[in-house]
Design a protein around this ligand. Structure first.
Ligand code: AMP
Ligand code: MG
Length: 417
């Protein structure tokens, strides 16, 4: 486990910007250094532990990009149609014999270029005359329709970088190199608790003043998308001692402790007191809406994050605090998700100095432009507002108003986790 100092999340200012929070996390959270080897079929989504340099060029040999006839461009007269006798045939997967001088070779896509040829005419562009010769139009550039060895990737080139999160196309590249396994950072272990006397677990009896715990399942699912190994530890009651004990107990076996609920500063917000007795706590008042305070702390050297209980606040702060922490722990990319421009179909007022996220649905307007339609209600407790929308419009700190027709940045839910 990474061991962090007690004051590592301390912050002096009254309000913390999202960028500042991400900066503190990137600077102070230590990456775990344990690697493991996984087969390619298990590599998607994992963080690569070491650079991979190409052990061979791609493509590995020069080959034809089309079905047609391979020739030596120098055999053809300038500016006029020509006809060459055909000698030889080479298909994908078979070895090519050297071409006879002054002859064309029948060739198929992916087949190696016969020695002595450098250009391929597409079969659609030629015909065979009555003497069996292939009639070639003039004007084709030397080297056309050929894929030279190494045109995609040179041998020895670093093609996949340590710290990158492997996507399907990255796994494909490792396979194209003939690799069967890759070294990745081990999964980040996260202990997840919900807190609150008003919560009942789905499947358990629910008292009339209780609601079913939904955040724990949302957070667990989000963590799994980040390839974490999640321990779902249920619900903690609003009581300082049991809360502190539960948190202390999981510190040793986990890289991160995550809770939801109980981090406001009301007298029934017991996470604050529980963490203070189990370890060290700082409250980050983040300049973000929905959000409210996020608790950061260290328990036995393990980072602790306490998210707010309202589902939408929990979701948004997960994206800006938990996601960067998990990525920092795994030595992964720190870059925040990029918002793409869409047209606002709503008006909005906000305070300067705070970043706000508006839940929106996308639709294509009559002129073909993508428009963001705001969810009609704003409460941070409305789970339906996350379920019935496509993503979040991000309104930066400097913005104070949005008018219909303005360009705004859209983050689809899939890009956030
Ligand atoms: P808190 O942050 O504990 O003050 O909770 C704020 C609101 O979020 C309350 O109305 C809670 O009932 C609700 N809430 C807290 N935790 C959860 C949870 N795990 N699932 C669903 N709602 C929750
Ligand atoms: Mg609570």
């Amino acid at each position: 486990m990474a061991q962090l100092s007690d004051d590592c999340f301390a912050f002096g200012g009254p309000m913390m910007s999202v960028d500042k929070a991400v900066g503190i996390i990137a600077a102070r959270v230590e990456a775990v250094r344990d690697f493991e080897t996984v087969v390619l079929g298990e590599a998607d989504g994992r963080i690569l532990a070491r650079d991979i340099a190409a052990p061979l060029p791609l493509p590995p040999f020069t080959n034809s990009a089309v079905d047609g006839y391979a020739v030596r461009a120098g055999d053809l007269p300038h500016g006029k149609t020509s006809a060459l006798p055909v000698a030889g045939r080479v298909q994908a997967g078979s070895r090519a014999e050297a071409a006879k001088p002054g002859h064309a070779v029948r060739i198929f896509t992916g087949a190696p270029m016969p020695e002595g040829t450098d250009t391929v005419f597409m079969q659609e562009d030629v015909r065979i005359d009555d003497q069996g010769r292939v009639v070639l139009p003039h004007g084709l550039k030397a080297g056309a329709n050929v894929r030279p060895a190494g045109e995609d990737i040179r041998e020895g080139q670093v093609a996949l970088k340590a710290g990158q999160r492997l996507r399907p196309q990255d796994v494909a590249l490792a396979a194209a190199f003939g690799l069967t396994r890759v070294d990745v950072v081990r999964r980040i272990r996260v202990a997840v608790f919900s807190t609150g006397d008003e919560l009942a677990s789905p499947g358990a009896a629910r008292e009339s003043a209780q609601l079913f715990d939904s955040n724990r399942f949302m957070l667990t699912a989000m963590l799994k998308r980040l390839n974490c190994e999640v321990s779902d530890l249920g619900i903690l009651r609003d009581e300082r001692t049991s809360l502190a004990n539960a948190l202390k107990q999981v510190a040793a076996g986990n890289d991160l402790i995550l809770t939801t609920g109980g981090v406001s500063t009301g007298e029934e917000d017991h996470v604050k007191a529980g963490v203070e007795s189990a370890g060290t706590l700082v409250l980050w008042r983040m300049a973000i809406k929905p959000g409210r305070p996020v608790a950061m702390g260290i328990i036995g050297g393990t980072p602790f994050i306490g998210l707010p209980g309202n589902p939408v606040a929990s979701f948004v702060t997960f994206v800006h605090v938990v996601r960067p922490t998990v990525l920092a722990l795994s030595g992964g990319p720190a870059a925040p998700p990029v918002a793409l421009p869409v047209r606002a179909a709503f008006a909005y007022r906000k305070k300067a100095g705070r970043r706000e996220y508006v839940r929106v649905t996308l639709r294509r307007a009559d002129d073909g432009v993508l428009e963001a339609v705001k969810f009609p209600r704003e409460g941070a407790g409305l789970l339906s507002s996350l379920v019935d929308t496509d993503g979040l419009v991000e309104l930066p700190e400097i913005v104070t108003r949005v008018e219909p027709g303005d360009s705004v940045g859209f983050l689809g839910y899939a890009s956030l986790i």
